[in-house]
Unconditional design. Sequence first.
Length: 184
Amino acid sequence: MPETLIIVGIIVVVLLIAVMMYNHIVQLNNRCDNAWQTIDTQLQRRNDLIPNLVETVKGYAAHESKTLENVIAARAAVNSAATPVEKMDASNTLTQTLGHLFAVAESYPDLKANANFQQLQSQLSDTEDKISYARMSFNDCVLMFNNAITTFPGVIFAGLFHFGKREGFAVTSESARDVPEVKF
């Protein structure tokens, strides 16, 4: 009889550990999903601001149509991206394209002085900061999730319940790693 109680006790403990590990992994996975939704919300905010920015720039820099077309195309790529990885890549391209647009705007003093342009630029800058912070948060969630499913005993339960590693944000352009050259 005592052997039966010990065996039942061991089974109960193993089942409790399995339930706790499963719940922990699910919570971490949900945190990753939530962090991604935060990024997605900020990307949508940025995409909503871009048409107003393009229209403002058009009035001052009509012959910069190629730059404006690139911004519009990059925005469309973000909207049509189907997976988080595609959306990450498209978002990085859009960020670079917007940087080029703001560099072009430096050549137009009237545009730089336009209150609407300044407000849009400020809102986009603020949104880019929020996107950057949300990406860091997402990467932290992905790190915790991936650690949970690749370390013992999580690796056992992750395999049983088909949890796979998630991909975080990484630098996609090697030029972003270059140290800028500063000259005085």
